[in-house]
Design a protein around this ligand. Structure first.
Ligand SMILES: *Cc1c(COP(=O)(O)O)cnc(C)c1O
Length: 380
């Protein structure tokens, strides 16, 4: 017999979350997560599934029939998009301007695709002319782009121009909206996006576990007429159609509690109104930006493609970034994050997402950051 480990009842830290996700969860979402479970085929749960799908169509601004929460984190919705849409031999064009374009490449490759790249420096968006050139050079079947690059704090503007280029060349467009959905303007139908996925724990302020995905009919037709089976059984949309489509038959047990949570988080978006929510994110991030500037700091991306939900702040010369982050956590119970990849050591990343995007949190970030900078002799 193994003896039980010596553990106590769990009391997690109660931190202020202002990093790149997870963001703080709204109390109403936490409350529904303590509700008892019903079965995943219970009529009352099917009603909740329908409501989640309607709410997803609203936050994505789409009339797509296909709008579902994928079981798993944002990467699961991302992999569902690439694994289903990419068939072996398809050419997939992905960006090099951040961490998540690299993840797109890995997923496309695993799905049997040939990866081609469209370049921009980390911290800058793709330029339409460069995308056009890449289309001429590689003739891709699928084009993936990241609307809000969480690793760099850069927003991709000109989305309708990019989707036009792709469609003129007969390609399908997959948009990563993990750090934009419910936080910054994002419109699936108006911008002519074929596939979009997101995550729960960024601007929707919901725990990770059930992640938004939508596909239009044209793309579902490609998916349902594949010559080869999708390599992932779990994420195969032709099988998931049985559960989320008209049949409502068993595929895998839905993460009931996460669906409750997402339902309430999306309900909160609907109550606030999508446009009001975009405006709140911008107003809160503007407070943050002004406070950072008053400290003598500057954001890494140009104003033109500043991403309110994720603020990449340049670290002044001579400041030790990891000491900065650990002081803010130790002295103020606050989480913000370091840079990644090409920007590692050059920036810190401050999220301004969902329920975390509120004045008291912004004030704490500015106060804690000033304090931590002064610990290293920095005088604003
Ligand atoms: C967080 C994130 C993901 C991955 O989501 P997980 O929930 O961590 O799996 C993908 N793309 C972007 C842009 C993200 O910020």
């Amino acid at each position: 017999m193994l003896t039980p480990p010596e553990t106590e009842p769990l009391t997690p830290e109660d931190r202020t979350l202002m990093g790149p996700g997870p963001s703080e969860v709204h109390p109403r979402v936490l409350r529904v997560m303590s509700a008892p479970l019903v079965g995943h085929l219970d009529d009352s749960f099917i009603e909740i599934m329908n409501e989640v799908q309607d709410l997803l169509r609203y936050v994505f601004q789409t009339e797509n029939q296909w709008a579902i929460p994928v079981s798993g984190t944002g990467s699961a919705a991302m992999e569902a998009a690439f694994a289903n849409v990419v068939e072996p031999g398809d050419t997939v064009l992905v960006p090099t301007n951040g961490y998540f374009g690299g993840r797109m490449a890995s997923m496309a490759e695993r799905a049997g695709g040939e990866v081609a790249y469209v370049d921009a420096p980390w911290g800058e968006p793709l330029k339409p002319a460069v995308v056009e050139d890449a289309f001429h050079q590689h003739d891709p079947d699928i084009f993936g782009f990241v609307h809000a690059e969480t690793s760099t704090g850069a927003l991709q503007p000109n989305v309708p121009e990019l989707t036009d280029i792709a469609h003129e060349h007969g390609a399908y467009v997959i948009a990563d909206s993990v750090t934009s959905l419910g936080g910054v303007e994002f419109r699936v139908d108006e911008w002519d996006i074929d596939v979009a996925y997101s995550g729960a724990q960024k601007c929707l302020s919901c725990p990770p576990g059930a992640s938004p995905l939508t596909l239009n009919d044209r793309t579902m037709e490609k998916v349902l007429n594949r010559d080869t089976e999708v390599r992932s059984w779990y994420l195969d949309l032709s099988l998931l159609e049985g559960y989320w489509g008209d049949d409502r038959s068993y595929h895998h047990t839905a993460p009931i509690t996460n669906i409750y949570a997402l339902r309430e988080a999306l309900q909160l978006v609907a109550e606030e109104g999508l446009e009001a929510r975009w405006e709140r994110h911008e107003a809160m991030a503007t407070q943050l930006k002004q406070g950072l500037e008053a400290l003598g700091l500057e954001l890494n991306p140009e104003d033109e493609y500043w991403l309110p939900s994720l603020n990449a702040v340049r670290i002044p010369d001579g400041i030790d970034e990891s000491a900065l982050l650990s002081d803010m956590q130790a002295d103020h119970n606050l989480e913000v994050a370091s840079g990644l990849g090409d920007l590692e050591g050059e920036i810190i990343r401050i999220g301004c997402m969902g329920y975390s995007a509120r004045t008291s949190n912004i004030e704490l970030v500015l106060y804690a950051l000033e304090d931590a900078l002064r610990n290293q002799g920095y005088e604003p």
